[in-house]
Design a protein around this ligand. Structure first.
Ligand SMILES: [Zn+2]
Length: 304
């Protein structure tokens, strides 16, 4: 058994993974995002390591058979180190694995959270084909790429930062500093902005989904625009990496039915004609557990 951890901005999900199944899960409140904003970087790092160590020690005490730990971390990961994390400011070129390995006495690896989810989905889908693209729709849009059966982080850990593909030149200002990034339209916060732009009203993405389900035209349009912009970005990605399977996951994928038609229409129109009808787009097999499963699998890839 292994442990796979999905690290979010405000909580940790620690999954005990046996094969491709999460057999137990602990959720721990850990406001890493707040720590990074409030505390000096070195203090925040110590707090983060301490929180992870506490959570993992208690899980390992209950499951002594666990032989490796994988962390899915929201940031750019280069050779196991956190190069940078836009959501956890101040963390630069940080080694989380070594102190945790020393404290826990078992192998620990760190990988990008969306890449871990991609790896989990690839295995859950029976490792069909040589590659897979994962799109995680949440507050932002994350992405992970599997090529030739291997997780592909890129040389600087930013491969598949798909949320920041520019789909609307001169469009909305993004946290990354550019304008018109895809996640400003196709994430949960993007849907909020889509609705705000057309109605002047601020509602959260779930409220807008409820309105859309009851036939509200502007709410439907807010989700349709999200689907359209997601497909616009995906069609470009597929021209670079010709991968046959795309998995859509993350919390906002629950509202996929509201995005699907616009997504398919745009994908069909923007893809190279030779690819039309040949790209399989499916919803996540594991719901929100793919990140934990993938992180656990990556913890000892040689034996999977
Ligand atoms: Zn951006």
């Amino acid at each position: 058994m292994r442990i796979g951890v999905d690290i979010g901005g405000t909580n940790l999900r620690v999954g005990v993974v046996d094969g491709l199944r999460v057999v137990d899960e602990f959720r721990v409140n850990a406001d890493f995002s707040g720590m990074c904003r409030r505390l000096p970087a070195d203090t925040a790092l110590k707090e983060i390591i301490y929180s992870l160590q506490q959570a993992l020690s208690s899980a390992l005490a209950r499951y002594p058979d666990v032989d490796a730990v994988g962390l899915g971390f929201p940031g750019f990961i280069v050779a196991g180190r956190v190069a940078q994390s836009p959501n956890l400011p101040g963390l630069m070129d940080v080694d989380l694995a070594t102190p945790l390995r020393a404290a826990l006495g078992c192998p620990v690896i760190v990988e990008n959270d969306a890449l871990a989810a991609a790896y989990g989905e690839y295995h859950l889908n029976g490792r069909q084909g040589s590659g897979l693209i994962y799109l995680g729709l949440g507050t932002g849009v994350g992405g992970g790429l599997i090529l030739n059966g291997q997780a592909f982080p890129g040389e600087h850990g930013v491969a598949m930062e798909v949320g920041h593909l520019i789909v609307e030149p001169g469009g909305r200002l993004c946290g990354c500093g550019n304008h018109g990034c895809m996640e400003q339209y196709a994430s949960a916060s993007g849907v909020v902005l889509n609705y705000l732009a057309s109605t002047g009203q601020q509602r959260d993405a779930q409220e807008i989904a409820h309105l859309a389900q009851s036939g509200d035209t502007q709410a439907l349009a807010a989700y349709a625009l999200a689907g359209d912009k997601l497909a616009q970005a995906l069609a470009q990605i597929l021209k670079v990496v010709d991968v046959g399977h795309v998995v859509v996951g993350g919390g906002m994928s629950a509202a996929w039915a509201l995005m699907q038609q616009a997504f398919e229409r745009r994908l069909d129109s923007d893809l190279i004609p030779a690819l039309r009808g040949k790209v399989c787009v499916t919803l996540s097999q594991a719901g929100d557990q793919a990140g934990m499963i993938g992180a656990a699998l990556l913890a000892a890839p040689s034996s999977t």
